[in-house]
Design a protein. Structure first.
Length: 120
């Protein structure tokens, strides 16, 4: 992968991270603004369920932000775009679809098959 391609993916990852961080800020402000002590138990339950759903979503995004940071670190260490299992190049099309991918399509498919066999 050449330098311009690495820069392209780094910019994509940085923009993605910025977008996720903005969502975190919006959630914090939304929860602060909307956290009224509602007198109706049904309204309060609905609000708590919405907050719970938002927090679960933000937790998933927090994990994604961590993965984005790790991927940016891999770009800076010139280790980006290679499969962690077999060492071959992951491929531009796969990285365009999932910039944080650490496995080539063959290794990822094999891992998913193994997971299905273990789970059930």
């Amino acid at each position: 992968m050449n330098a311009s391609q690495l820069e392209h993916f780094k910019l994509i990852l940085q923009a993605w991270k910025r977008e996720l961080m903005q969502e975190v800020d919006r959630t914090v402000h939304h929860m602060q603004d909307e956290s009224a002590n509602l007198p109706d138990p049904n309204d309060r339950a609905t609000q708590e369920e919405e907050f719970s759903l938002e927090l679960r979503t933000r937790d998933r995004e927090r994990k994604l932000i961590k993965k984005i940071d790790q991927t940016i670190d891999r770009i800076e260490k010139d280790d980006y775009g290679f499969c962690d299992d077999c060492g071959v190049e992951i491929g531009i099309r796969r990285l365009e679809a999932r910039p944080t991918a650490t496995l080539c399509i063959d290794c990822k498919s094999l891992a998913e098959i193994k997971e299905k066999q273990i789970v059930g």
